[in-house]
Design a protein around this ligand. Structure first.
Ligand code: COI
Length: 355
């Protein structure tokens, strides 16, 4: 397949790094590629960023057959541009494609197309520590048809957005709300796929949490509402009695790449790290016994996000002294130092982009 490139006639003004929030500004170009049963994935192209024209009956608008990924490009002090574990994102993307009956794509080709897009958009990668260029690969169902079945045609696109911190709190502890009324996903469902519906399913409880002054929802399992699963936009870790615990992957939890990075670093450093079921009652007991030392989330957008308060029914748990704990800080520093080239890439996680 031959990638074609059409450059924009006019470039947008670039924002100042200090103005960057999350997900509001998009670069000048995007990657597009189409699928139909006759040609397979075809017509890969980089072209000016712009609207996608769709018939109102387009299937994705009705039945949510849509998947996405999130990864980041970073600029180092020596002006190199690099990606963090991008192969893992494209592998997971194909996993989500499989789960949603979307035809799989060539991961090496997509990664190469992304690198070519990044070369064109290199001036959009922000410089300041804590900022990056967020990359959003997406595939949507394109058949103009309102019967329920898998679409026959698809659009694959990649858009880029210069970003700062995901949460308004930055690296300060967030407050999370454990919902007793809603579930995000169940085993056998779509929970481990990165698909639009999982995020739509999270909105109602998210609004409820916001109304009460909480940033995110902590989801319990969809069967018994007993075991901790994940937070709205990140995986969750607890430090209890010097053991780092995260819910094991069970089919309804997203297999986070930052989650995996935390586990790998913890093992490398000889810390006790366990992937297992952990119930909300165990968490509350640990808190009551004074053994809950820290809680933090992990995600591409959120990086490492300390959790300061957890509310479950009438019980409000304040973790530590309200400041960032040492374990969360250690992972945040190690991961961001690798990403921004301030530490050696001893894990082999960095892929340079030759600009
Ligand atoms: C990410 O961490 O990249 C995500 O996809 C989470 C969110 C912004 C949906």
């Amino acid at each position: 397949m031959q990638l074609t490139i059409k450059k924009a006639d006019q470039l947008k003004p670039k924002p100042d790094d200090s103005e960057l929030r999350f997900g509001t500004i998009f670069t000048d170009h995007m990657f597009n590629m189409d699928y139909n049963p006759e040609k397979g994935w075809h017509n890969p192209r980089i072209e000016p960023y712009g609207p996608i024209s769709m018939d109102p009956s387009t299937m994705v608008l009705h039945y949510g057959q849509s998947i996405f990924e999130g990864l980041k490009a970073f600029r180092t002090d020596s002006e190199d541009i690099r990606l963090f574990r991008p192969q893992e994102n494209f592998k997971r993307f194909n996993g989500s494609a499989h789960a949603l009956c979307i035809p799989e794509f060539d991961e090496a080709f997509a990664l190469d197309a992304l690198k070519q897009l990044l070369v064109i958009e290199k001036d959009w990668v922000p410089k300041t520590s804590g900022t990056s260029l967020y990359i959003r690969p997406t595939i949507v169902a394109m058949d103009p048809f309102i019967g329920v079945r898998a679409s026959h045609t698809y659009r694959f696109f990649i858009i880029l957005s210069p970003v700062g911190a995901y949460y308004a709190e930055g690296f300060n502890p967030v407050k999370i709300w454990v919902t007793k009324n809603h579930v995000r996903a169940v085993r056998g469902g779509m929970g481990e796929a990165k698909t639009a519906g999982n995020y739509a399913a999270s909105l109602y409880a998210g609004e409820e949490a916001h109304k009460h002054g909480y940033t995110q929802v902590l989801w319990l399992d969809g069967v018994e509402l007993k075991y901790i699963e994940e937070v709205g936009s990140m995986n969750i870790f607890f430090v209890i009695d010097d053991e780092i615990i995260t819910p094991m992957l069970n089919g309804s939890i997203l297999s986070g790449i930052t989650r995996d990075s935390v586990i790998s670093l913890a093992k490398k450093w000889g810390m006790k790290v366990t992937e297992r079921r952990i119930s909300i009652n165990e968490l509350i007991n640990a808190y009551d016994c004074g053994k809950l030392q820290e809680a933090f989330g992990s995600g591409t957008a959120a990086v490492i996000s300390p959790v300061g308060v957890i509310k479950y029914g009438d019980k409000v748990i304040t973790i530590g002294d309200g400041n960032v704990g040492p374990v969360a800080h250690k992972f945040f520093k190690a991961i961001t130092d690798i990403q921004y080239g301030k530490a050696e890439d001893s894990m082999g996680w960095i892929m340079p982009v030759e600009v």
